[in-house]
Design a protein. Structure first.
Lengths: 309, 361, 513
């Protein structure tokens, strides 16, 4: 074994790449959950975004168009969830599961004839000057635009909830939908919008997976990434910057695992492949054990259907 | 403007007809999907819903398949429905199904080639325990640390799949299999086999267990204290607490029941229709059973019918794949749609929809 | 600016006119052609029992509910608010009964959420401070609302409402959660607002309050206006009669000699697990057979936790609890019921009863073991059904039968059922929280009579209530529950309004925790 083959700075740079799909999806889910909606369909929205973006890229040759379609695809499929849970007031847990099953099915149906093709490359954006910094430049400033966007989006969401009236309203709806309604806020409409935004983020995350991270289309390629994104939101206690840290730690685990597999260590491949899931369980246990001592973090109306007065 | 008004009492009529409406809606939108794919929608719907049972050409093959595929769906969904009623969301039945098969398979393969009457019962117990123990992981974590059982049980599916892969190429691989992945064929090992009981019907012990399960659990849910408590927790958790229901017990019970049933479903599948442990042993029954549970309105008898219906879409889907080249994924979409329509029509049971504009002035 | 408004308009003219407003819900005609005139610069009462249609009417005025028919005029102009925001922008504000506040947010954020126009943080802060100073409504902007007392919460609501410069302020049962001291503070503010020209629509069912505060009262019953009068000129009895519609006998208390000690609490403490829950501190209590202890106090001072400790839903972190000499400190609800300690929590739907279940099933919630409704875990439904029919008959619960869903019953009838379910089991000790909350006067009287009868038969009873009149009427001994602490028991006969007020506020300091 030779760890020297893996350059640490390149490893860290690809860690960010590995983490970005989950980060984007988790950020979307964070917004949704802040308004009190639990959408368990992240996996389904991600994979639908992945195939929508992939097809658009293959057909037009432009990854930019591809990403646009990822976003639209994610939002479109989230629309179904919004309709079912907000207008028809169906159970959110069950509807989220339905969304995942539906998204997985629809994506493999659409992706049938796109397996094994390589999409047009998405070029990196080397930020002038900063990218020249030794080591740090490689790690942080030689990425593609989506990565920069994801980090900016984390900051934007942070400030949205901290400094803006809209963020306050979103939070209020998630804390107590009856009070929000009594004050005249349209709970259903606000949640509907948040679900669409969440879907757009999940779709973009999926698109990043099929267009940059892998990059090609394989059936079921999200392989639980959406569920891990859901776990990350819990890990982050609904705080955007903790989400960033969590996603990067998780990216690290995934990458380490892949690299150890590539190195052909004496550790079993199956054991390595299950490690991200075991780590996720470990993190969930750790966080919930801490939380049972009492905390205010989870939105109080999370998962509850609003029936109006 | 559409308005929803709560009903005073649940509509009994709609309780039964809502799933039927959902199926019809699914047929319409599924037909649209097939049309968009360039297929004849009427032919496709007929192939999926009618031909497996009624067509003289296919029915002879399809009818037994129908029961074979329905059995694991019904067994798993029965267990899940209890948890779902109590808001305990085990969505990792797929993993429990795998672990049940692995546990029972390990017992069978360890005893091979011994011929003895007790091997099969031992494997049944192994199957139950395999699934049950796997389900105890989220149960205990939920009780001890209040960890979300949805995410844990789901993560454990991926872990179980890796263990399955490990077993198929490693410790359970057939030593006479020329190095190919996969275990010995247990259905050819008479002490461990779960054969068709009446030739040409597809009925095996798993099918009989599913029917028995429906009867037993119907009784249990209607008349046993724990069945009542499960309903109570789901509808009014504070009232359940006031009644003195121990939530920890209910969590263990619901996850244990669903894990055990998923595990034994895996055991029957392994020793019968599947025959051997291999990387592709699990085909998603654990997830489809979630749809079955809801389609059956979390009611055992409903689940029996829903399991048969869902099995029909599988068998019919295969026919459609074979005859019209409709990809298998289309059936998955179809099933997803069904669940959506079902959840949406649920509103009709508790709410009246009226078209009414508020009068002004 | 309020003064200007008052000056430019004619005195005693109607600011708001409601003409023939009708609103139907499935099965209920909540408002049947209701008309009302609200005069400028007055405090006007909207009176009626629970379920008379008061809340529906004010929700219509505030734009939360759309009427089926009818007309509203604001300053002689058509007024049909599209929603609360629209109503606020036209000058109608509202202070809610069950506060429309967000526990996890701070005071400033809560007020900001009620602002319709854009604002700058610093500017809004200073406006809030000036309004709260002007009316003596002190609030601290950076506190988390979940930790505040009911009185403080109401001040936030009022300030939020005043910041909109409303012409009309609707107040829905504002005093139901206040201590006597807080009530008189509130009245000072309201009188000042009215003198500046604001019109206040004051909803209540407390007659004495209305007679001292309001110059006009509109009385509703079963969705219609039955009378409009000057409450200062009528006796409370007269008003009550038109409010209730029929007369009923008041419960009679007979003198009983207290027997042996049935329930004993020794230094019971509890750390609340709920966020914003109230911890119980060092409660000691001795309860004799035939005795009724009234536990008074404003909502949110630990009533739920106190009941939970008695029913066995909560285990104390410290202290011991003895039932007829047996240690029951760590026994759960089932075991305690078997020993004769029964209880009825405040929240009917969701806590005492499961809304989506039938009355038969709801009977099982507390009566399964004590009344032998099951054998080896198998429930005997026919026995449960006949028991629930017995409950229905014995307390005259109006329902179509034991098969009806709990949620289909009216509040008063469900309350009778919930109480009857415990009474029929012959409790040795009965603990009840808010026995007559949201119940019409006739039903309340009959529930109180049942409680008195139970005591006469030798049971020991704890009545937790926010209705002080009720406690004075039926209890032998009175304790105040303030900030999770129980005051020393006082003989009810020795209490007067002044000592009572003192008891309820004395340990105020301990409230903030």
């Amino acid at each position: 074994m030779d760890l020297g083959d893996i350059k640490i700075s390149l490893l860290l740079a690809s860690l960010i790449v590995a983490a970005t799909p989950i980060l984007l999806a988790a950020l979307g889910e964070l917004i949704v959950e802040k308004t009190g909606v639990l959408n368990l369909g992240v996996e389904g929205m991600m994979i639908f975004g992945a195939i929508a973006g992939f097809i658009a890229t293959i057909e037009t040759g432009s990854p930019w168009v591809g990403f646009l379609f990822s976003i639209l695809g994610g939002a479109a499929i989230a629309f179904i969830f919004a309709l079912v849970t907000q207008i028809f007031r169906a159970n959110q847990v069950a509807s989220g599961l339905a969304l995942t099953l539906f998204g997985l099915g629809l994506s493999s149906l659409l992706g049938h004839s796109y397996t094994g093709i390589k999409p047009a490359a998405f070029s990196d954006l080397h930020i002038p000057i900063l990218s020249e910094i030794p080591i740090l430049g490689v790690i942080l400033f030689q990425h593609d635009p989506i990565i920069y966007f994801s980090i900016l989006a984390v900051a934007a969401v942070y400030f949205l909830f901290r400094n803006f009236r809209l963020g306050l309203i979103l939070k209020a709806v998630g804390e107590n939908h009856d009070s929000a309604h009594a004050l005249g806020y349209n709970v259903i409409l606000i949640r509907f919008g948040a679900i669409l935004v969440g879907g757009a983020f999940a779709g973009l995350g999926g698109g990043y997976l099929s267009l940059v991270r892998v990059p090609q289309w394989t059936e079921g390629m999200t392989a639980g990434a959406g569920w891990i994104a859901l776990a990350l939101v819990v890990f982050a206690s609904w705080q955007p910057f903790r989400l960033l840290i969590g996603a990067y730690i998780f990216g690290g685990v995934t990458l380490l695992q892949l690299n150890l597999q590539a190195l052909g260590l004496e550790i079993n491949v199956a054991l390595l492949s299950m490690s991200p899931y075991l780590v996720t369980i470990g993190v969930l246990v750790f966080m919930s054990a801490r939380r049972s001592r009492g905390s205010l973090e989870a939105p109080r109306s999370l998962g509850k259907t609003f029936f109006g007065l | 403007m559409l308005r929803f008004e709560p009903r005073k009492n649940r509509s009994k009529f709609l309780e039964i007809s809502a799933p039927i409406i959902a199926v019809i809606m699914t047929m319409i939108f599924g037909g649209l999907l097939f049309y968009l794919m360039g297929k004849n929608p009427f032919e496709a719907i007929k192939l999926i819903f009618w031909d497996p049972v009624m067509s003289p050409t296919f029915a002879e093959y399809s009818r037994p398949q129908l029961v074979v595929k329905a059995a694991p769906l019904i067994l798993i969904a029965l267990g899940l429905s209890f948890g779902f009623r109590a808001n305990i969301w085990n969505i990792g039945a797929e993993g429990q199904y795998i672990m049940g098969a692995l546990a029972s398979g390990s017992i069978g393969l360890a005893l091979y080639p011994l011929q003895a009457w007790y091997i099969f019962p031992l494997m049944i117990i192994g199957g139950i325990l395999g699934g049950l123990i796997w389900a105890m992981i989220p149960a205990i974590l939920k009780i001890k640390f209040n960890t979300n059982e949805i995410l844990v049980s789901l993560m454990l599916v991926y872990v179980a799949e890796q263990i399955l892969a490990l077993a198929s190429v490693g410790f359970l691989r057939n030593p006479e299999g020329l190095g190919f992945p996969g275990s010995r064929d247990l259905s050819k090992y008479s002490s461990a086999a779960n054969p068709e009981l009446i030739s040409g019907t597809g009925i095996h012990l798993g099918v009989i267990s599913a029917f028995l399960g429906v009867i037993l659990l119907t009784y249990f849910l209607s008349y046993h204290r724990t069945g009542f408590h499960i309903k109570l927790i789901g509808q009014a958790p504070r009232a359940a607490n006031f009644a003195g229901v121990d939530l920890r017990y209910i969590i263990i019970f619901c996850l244990g029941l669903s894990g055990g049933l998923a595990g034994v479903a895996g055991m029957f599948e392994l020793t019968g229709p599947a025959g051997l442990i291999n990387i592709d042993f699990n085909v998603g029954y654990g997830f489809t059973a979630i749809i079955v549970a809801f389609l059956g309105r979390l009611n055992p008898v409903g689940i029996l019918l829903a399991g048969l219906l869902m099995s029909l879409t599988y068998v019919g889907g295969e026919l459609a794949q074979f005859m019209m080249n409709i990809p298998a994924a289309a059936i998955q979409v179809f099933q997803g749609m069904l669940l959506f329509f079902l959840l949406s029509t649920d509103l009709l049971v508790t709410y009246k929809i009226s078209v009414k504009t508020p009068i002004r002035k | 600016m309020l003064l200007e408004m008052a000056a430019t308009s004619l005195k005693n003219s109607s600011v708001m006119r409601v003409i023939g407003v009708t609103k139907e819900y499935p099965g209920v005609l909540a408002n049947d052609s209701v008309s009302l005139d609200l005069e400028r610069g007055t405090i006007q009462a909207l009176l009626g029992e629970n379920g008379a249609g008061k809340s529906t009417l004010v929700k219509i005025i505030y734009g939360l509910v759309k009427p089926d028919s009818g007309q509203m005029l604001l300053n002689d102009r058509d007024f049909h608010p599209k929603g609360p925001q629209d109503a606020r922008s036209k000058g109608v504000g509202m202070v809610f009964q069950h506060f429309s506040l967000f526990d996890a947010l701070n005071v400033f954020e809560n007020i900001a959420l009620g602002m319709d126009e854009a604002f700058q943080k610093t500017h809004l802060r200073s406006r809030i401070n000036s309004v709260s100073e002007e009316y003596g409504l002190s609030i601290s902007l950076d506190k988390i609302v979940g930790n505040l007392s009911a009185g403080e919460r109401q001040r936030i609501e009022i300030v939020r409402c005043l910041l909109q410069n409303p012409e009309i302020m609707i107040m829905d049962e504002p005093t139901s959660v206040l201590t006597p001291g807080e009530v008189s503070d509130l009245f000072v503010v309201l009188r000042k607002l009215a003198s500046q020209g604001m019109s206040i629509l004051y909803i209540s069912h407390k007659l004495e309050e209305i007679r001292s505060l309001c110059s006009k009262a509109t009385i509703m019953r079963h969705g219609t206006v039955v009378d409009t009068c000057d409450p200062r000129k009528l006796s409370a009895g007269k008003i009550a009669e038109s409010m209730v519609g029929n007369s009923f006998s008041n419960p009679k208390k007979s003198k009983i000699k207290a027997g042996k000690v049935l329930l004993e609490l020794n230094n019971v403490s509890l750390k609340s697990k709920r966020t914003f829950g109230v911890p119980i501190k060092d409660i000691s209590l001795r309860l004799h057979a035939g005795e009724i202890i009234g536990v008074g106090g404003v909502a949110g001072n630990g009533q739920d936790e106190f009941l939970g400790l008695m029913s066995g839903e909560l285990s104390p972190t410290k202290g011991t609890l003895f039932l007829d000499g047996q240690d029951v400190t760590y026994l759960g609800p089932v075991e305690r019921r078997k020993k004769g300690l029964l209880s009825a929590p405040e929240e009917r739907l969701g806590h005492a009863a499961a809304p989506e279940m039938t009355l038969t099933e709801n009977t099982l919630i507390t009566a399964e073991h004590r009344m032998d409704l099951s054998k080896n875990g198998v429930i005997n439904y026919s026995k449960a059904r006949s028991l629930s029919e017995k409950i229905i008959n014995s307390l005259d619960v109006r329902t179509s039968g034991a098969g009806s869903l709990a949620k289909s019953l009216s509040g008063g009838n469900l309350q009778k059922f919930v109480i009857g379910r415990e009474l029929i089991q012959n409790p040795k000790i009965f603990v009840v929280n808010q026995p007559t909350w949201g119940v019409d006067a006739a039903a309340a009287a009959s529930i109180r009579q049942r409680i008195l009868d139970l005591a006469k038969d030798g049971a020991a009873i704890v009545v937790i209530s926010q209705d002080l009149d009720e406690l004075l009427q039926i209890s032998d001994v009175f304790c105040a529950l303030v900030g999770g602490q129980l005051s020393k028991p006082t003989d009810t006969k020795k209490l007067n309004p002044k000592t009572l007020g003192l008891l309820l506020t004395s340990s105020d300091a301990g409230k903030a925790v």
